[in-house]
Write a protein that binds this ligand. Structure first.
Ligand SMILES: Cc1cc2nc3c(=O)[nH]c(=O)nc-3n(C[C@H](O)[C@H](O)[C@H](O)COP(=O)(O)O)c2cc1C
Ligand SMILES: Nc1ncnc2c1ncn2[C@@H]1O[C@H](COP(=O)(O)OP(=O)(O)O)[C@@H](O)[C@H]1O
Length: 315
């Protein structure tokens, strides 16, 4: 396929034999990976492609969840697509989740799949997957509808962590609590933010702690505060250990949320560089200091605490 990430809202029809994993897949956690593996295994055994059908925005934004504001997504849609492709999926298809789409009956939903993927061989979901108007249909209905068209269904059992199902909701909570270890355990990778370095107020260098700044967060932000972090230049692949602050800089006048990283070795790249920052361990909450000098003294302590973390855990 020429372009591995496509919209299902154009007129396109995708005729290759395929297994389709269906869901939101925010953060592509271990439960999601179980579903994706089922699609990949089926595809490998049956000479088919392993595709993903995912939705944007989160259905709760349209249907009114999380006190009507909808679920805040952990990663932007482009990062979600990248994670799915990195996992080995052959293609990712985004469908606009609109009120009209949400009101499709289960039969219409399945009809839509067959229209867009006329050579559909298999649908893979979790056993708790629901679809159709008011989430009225479950995997049993999916099996009946699919069977009528000779399409196989696989509904994988839930993946647990610490006795509870892994879910994007638990990942959001871990992120908002600064519990980076749980985030890692449930998703299989560190939380990260990636994008182009943006200019700041250039104040950091005047206080002895220059920072590389990223603003490309998902909707769900990590707990504001200081983290031991790892920064990678995605063009050169160089890796630097450092200390990051996520927040709004209350000491120097509030700004829009930003992830600022001070690396232990000063890299020779800056604004415009394509970087990825992983948040490894939460060290303390963001604070409003009485003076810039107090902030400076605290950042020196933060660097030492991050260093202690790296001495034990490595970079
Ligand atoms: C390790 C670290 C910890 C920080 N902690 C705080 C904090 O607790 N409160 C705060 O207002 N700003 C904090 N900052 C942000 C600084 O205010 C900010 O880096 C500085 O003002 C430079 O901003 P600039 O990049 O726009 O030049 C921290 C920055 C770093 C690197
Ligand atoms: N812990 C889990 N174990 C197995 N499958 C899961 C798990 N969590 C979600 N799934 C399945 O993965 C697919 C994508 O899930 P998604 O729509 O993103 O739901 P959630 O927000 O609950 O993670 C769905 O088919 C869903 O049933």
């Amino acid at each position: 396929m020429e372009n591995a990430v496509q919209s299902l809202d154009g007129g396109g029809v995708f005729c290759e034999p395929c297994a389709l994993a269906i869901g939101i897949f925010d953060a592509v956690h271990k439960g999601h990976q179980h579903v994706l593996n089922a699609a990949k295994d089926f595809a490998a055994k049956n000479g088919a492609k392993a595709f993903v059908l995912t939705f944007y925005p989160h259905p709760s934004k349209v249907l009114g969840g999380e006190k009507a504001g909808g679920c805040p997504l952990i990663y932007p849609a482009d990062v979600r697509a990248e994670l799915l492709l990195d996992f080995g999926m052959d293609g990712v298809f985004f469908k606009d989740f609109t009120p009209e789409f949400a009101s499709k009956t289960p039969e219409e939903f399945f009809g839509f799949l067959m229209e867009k993927f006329p050579n559909l061989k298999c649908v893979a979901t979790g056993e708790n997957f629901r679809f159709g108007v008011r989430a009225s249909a479950d995997v049993k209905v999916l099996k009946e509808l699919a069977g009528g068209s000779g399409v196989e269904t696989i509904s994988v059992c839930g993946v647990l962590d610490g006795g509870n199902f892994v879910s994007s909701t638990r990942l959001r909570k871990a992120l908002q609590d600064g519990d980076m270890q749980s985030f890692y355990e449930m998703s299989g990778r560190n939380y990260f933010c990636r994008g182009r370095v943006e200019g700041g107020r250039k104040l950091g260098r005047t206080i002895g702690f220059p920072t590389l700044n990223l603003k490309a967060f998902g909707e769900c932000k990590p707990k504001f505060g200081v983290y031991a972090s790892r920064l990678q230049n995605l063009d050169t692949k160089e890796i630097f250990c450092g200390v990051s602050n996520v927040g709004v800089n209350p000491t120097v006048g509030e700004c829009a949320p930003v992830l600022e990283t001070n690396t232990f070795d000063f890299p020779d790249f800056g604004e415009g560089a394509n970087i990825k920052v992983e948040l490894l361990k939460f060290l303390r909450g963001e604070k409003k200091f009485a003076s810039i000098n107090d902030l400076k003294a605290q950042i020196a302590v933060d660097k030492e605490n991050a260093n202690k973390f790296f001495r034990v855990c490595g970079c």
